[in-house]
Design a protein around this ligand. Structure first.
Ligand code: PRP
Length: 205
């Protein structure tokens, strides 16, 4: 049996659709209830719905053998897992955004609001730019509007949230998409099952 952590929410349905198309369906998972674990013993698969940012924790610690996580989460938390495949779903960009007219004043510490403090620090440290990180849990776009920060480092998918809040992309940071990841020990001990799953996911057209 392979235990698979799936990200609840926006990416979750597409992630499960990939698994189903790869031959690992679990129809019970689509029923309207609040259960968080589902299994299809005939296909040797058990799924857990977890918070997207928790997927690498379950996989790193072996509670799940494999999972689907956004590259944003992998960059932010740098978990000790194998990143086996870019699934090509959940595509978006990590960007620096702010008011279109914003001009950085090198004499001042740049105030950066973000849910991704590690990514923000790494990006600006590579540019030798001193920043102050303001860590928020969501609705990041509000921070520059209220003067809480100068810019934000955040996910941009359609660009609609930025546009509707009068902000613009200032600098791209990284391309993001969902990745199939595996626990390092499971990859040894359940090698054949994980490789087969990975190859079937890779061969989806
Ligand atoms: C994400 C991200 C942006 C938005 C981008 O937020 O933080 O706010 O989506 O999408 P768009 O470019 O298509 O408008 P999410 O919906 O995950 O909510 P959050 O406010 O909790 O971060």
């Amino acid at each position: 049996m392979l235990n698979i952590a799936l990200p609840k929410g926006r990416l979750g349905d597409t992630a499960y659709a990939c698994m189903a198309r790869a031959g690992y369906e679990c129809p019970a998972l689509l029923e309207p209830n609040r259960k968080l674990t589902f299994e299809n013993p005939a296909l040797g698969v058990r799924y857990f719905w977890v918070k997207p940012s928790d997927v690498p924790i379950y996989v790193e610690r072996g509670a799940a053998d494999a999972g689907i996580a956004g590259k944003d989460i992998l960059l932010e938390y740098a978990p000790d897992v194998y990143e086996l495949l870019d699934l090509g779903i959940g595509k978006c960009r990590m960007c620096v955004a702010g008011p279109a007219e914003f001009r950085d004043d090198a004499a001042k510490t740049l105030r950066v609001a973000t849910k991704f403090p590690h990514i923000a620090r790494a990006y600006y440290s590579a540019r030798s730019r001193e920043i102050g990180v303001i860590r928020l849990g969501g609705s990041i776009e509000i921070a520059p509007l209220l003067g809480l920060s100068d810019v934000i480092v955040d996910i941009v998918e359609t660009g609609r949230t930025l546009k509707e809040n009068g902000l613009a992309v200032l600098e791209p940071v990284a391309d993001i998409s969902a990745r199939f990841i595996a626990n390092t020990a499971s990859y040894q001990f359940k090698h054949a099952e994980i490789r087969t799953m990975c190859e079937r996911l890779e061969n989806l057209s």
